[in-house]
Design a protein around this ligand. Structure first.
Ligand code: FES
Length: 253
């Protein structure tokens, strides 16, 4: 049985949406924050509140990889082994952590006195390829990792030391992070930089060289609309030529 307070919060989430079934994804995160996984009781309760079948809830919970059917440890550590991270060292990091923690993919470290537990998983691309190889702790970024730095992170987590994302907040537990994903903020959203240097580099180069993007109507001016397809194509050609000229001038300076 889920605690009454959790059921009340699940109902609160469902009530946020015009169609209450739209609340299912955050509701499943809340179940995970309390149960450590998506349990059969959690599925039943969500189905009851949303007036849909348990099979429909189960279908969602088994489709998305962020929903776990096996208990997750105190921390979830994901290593990106998608193409770019893999060639930049992600495969090596994942192999090192498997060996160091003595677990396989999607497995959790043994309980040990005074030690926090870690669930290790290899992940697909986290859209952070400019910081490859990337590791995630409870979905917070740990950028530009090496096998040694990854081992330091998991050792610190296991020892209960404070760990901070390289591009985000202080790391909380996986259950606490799940509660945030359910829509209950923990006040840490503004911790850490909003965007890192690698992501901003293109913007800096454009600013230095005076590059700007053509406006949405492709004319370079606001408020004018081409009236024909030929007109639109002609204006797009003009805007492109102007941009190329500016780029050439900037390069020549
Ligand atoms: S390949 Fe790892 S973040 Fe994109």
């Amino acid at each position: 049985m889920l605690p009454e307070t959790t059921v009340a919060e699940l109902e609160q989430i469902a009530a946020r949406y015009p169609e209450k079934r739209s609340g299912l994804l955050p509701m499943l995160h809340l179940v995970q924050s309390v149960e450590g996984r998506v349990t059969p009781e959690g599925i039943e309760t969500c189905a009851e509140i949303l007036e849909i079948s348990p099979a429909e809830v189960s279908g969602v919970a088994t489709f998305y990889t962020m929903y776990k059917r096996k208990p997750v440890g105190d921390y979830h550590v994901g290593v990106c082994t998608n193409t770019l991270c893999a060639v930049m060292g992600g495969d090596e990091i994942f192999a090192r952590l498997k060996d160091h923690l003595d677990v396989g993919n999607d497995e959790t470290t043994e309980e040990a006195p005074g030690k926090k537990s870690i669930t290790l998983e290899h992940l697909e691309c986290n859209a952070a390829c400019d910081y490859a190889p990337v590791m995630m702790v409870n979905w917070e970024f740990m950028d530009n990792q090496t096998p040694d730095s990854a081992v330091t992170v998991v050792d610190d987590l296991r020892a209960g030391k404070e760990v901070t994302s390289t591009r985000g907040p202080r790391i909380c537990t996986w259950r606490e992070a799940e509660r945030v994903l359910a829509g209950f903020p923990d006040g840490r959203v503004d911790e850490g930089p909003a965007a890192g240097e690698a992501s901003l580099l293109g913007l800096r180069i454009a600013e230095d060289r005076g590059w700007t993007a053509p406006s949405a109507d492709a004319s370079g001016e606001t408020g004018t609309e081409p009236t024909t397809a030929e007109g639109a194509a002609e204006e797009a050609d003009t805007a492109r030529a102007e941009t190329e000229t500016k780029q050439q001038e900037a390069a020549d300076e």
